[in-house]
Design a binder for this molecule. Structure first.
Ligand code: G
Ligand code: G
Ligand code: NA
Ligand code: MN
Length: 255
């Protein structure tokens, strides 16, 4: 498709880059980490969010090239912050399902971190539950296990929207569950979404997993989450995704 060709040019010109959205400890307001989100710095259209090129993210080749660019830039940004004494606890990148076709993925990631002098403990990957349940789910599981054994954290993204049954969750190599934004939206009104969110929080606690709510926008949502034992939050209430150059300022503010 045309957008893939355009993105190819953008990649060659380093116009695809990560923005960063903070993840907050709900009880204290401290920053626990940042999610790297792909953005296209477009000469005419300005900063274009990933949602606008979602289709291209589904094309294996384009998605691989974008993923690679975001991974490398995120590690370079993290290296720069740590070297400057800016204590960014962790950076998370999103992984497309196709990346697990490469069996050397864990070694590749660890080599990049090592070369940058970034401790693996400062790095995390987000995968959707469908990644672990489709054809190469076994490959994904092995790769994530290897990453975790080296200190990299694993988050299960968009939790609740896929097919992951609760019994699956028990054996998946994950540290953190991300409650999908669609369940958080109508939280404060009670009803079914509130029941689902409560169930996910309790499930995570029983399985000794961390849990973060996505798309937190209001004080009411935050209070519901805090009141029901959700550890972390991410959303416009705290910050939109921001350019790398603004991260040091946010970290110095303390969230
Ligand atoms: O940032 P935005 O709201 O536009 O993100 C839309 C979707 O694109 C989200 O589901 C997000 O997880 C995904 N996304 C953003 N950045 C990346 C990336 O670097 N790699 C992959 N695979 N998905 C991404
Ligand atoms: O699928 P994924 O969870 O990775 O999508 C993350 C995207 O959701 C981000 O790129 C961001 O643009 C968007 N997002 C983040 N916080 C909020 C929020 O509080 N409200 C809404 N509507 N979207 C958000
Ligand atoms: Na994500
Ligand atoms: Mn998500």
């Amino acid at each position: 498709v045309a957008i893939c060709r355009e993105l190819g040019e953008a990649l060659a010109q380093d116009r695809i880059l990560p923005f960063y959205q903070p993840q907050i400890v709900l009880a204290t307001g401290a920053i626990d980490g940042f999610e790297a989100l792909a953005r296209w710095r477009h000469p005419q259209r300005g900063i274009v969010p990933a949602a606008a090129f979602q289709q291209a993210l589904e094309d294996p080749e384009t998605s691989q090239a974008i993923g690679d660019a975001i991974l490398r830039q995120a590690i370079a940004d993290l290296r720069g912050w740590l070297e400057a004494g800016i204590d960014v606890p962790r950076v998370w990148v999103n992984l497309a399902p196709g990346v697990f076709r490469d069996p050397s993925l864990p070694q590749k990631f660890l080599a990049l971190l090592d070369a940058a002098g970034v401790p693996a403990e400062r790095f995390g990957v987000e995968v959707t539950e469908t990644v672990l349940l489709t054809r190469n789910g076994g490959d994904a599981e092995r790769a994530l296990k290897a990453l975790r054994e080296s200190g990299v954290r694993v988050a299960l993204d968009d939790f609740g929207t896929g097919y992951a049954s609760l019994t699956h969750l028990r054996r998946l190599p994950v540290d953190l569950i991300k409650i999908d934004r669609s369940f958080v939206r109508h939280l404060a009104e009670g009803g079914e979404d509130a029941a689902i969110v409560r169930a996910i929080i309790n499930l995570a606690a029983d399985m000794k997993l961390d849990v973060i709510a996505e798309g937190v926008e209001s004080r009411e949502q935050q209070e519901f989450l805090l009141g029901h034992g959700c550890g972390f939050g991410q959303g416009y209430r705290y910050s939109r995704p921001i350019a790398a150059s603004r991260v040091p300022w946010l970290v110095r503010q303390g969230g």
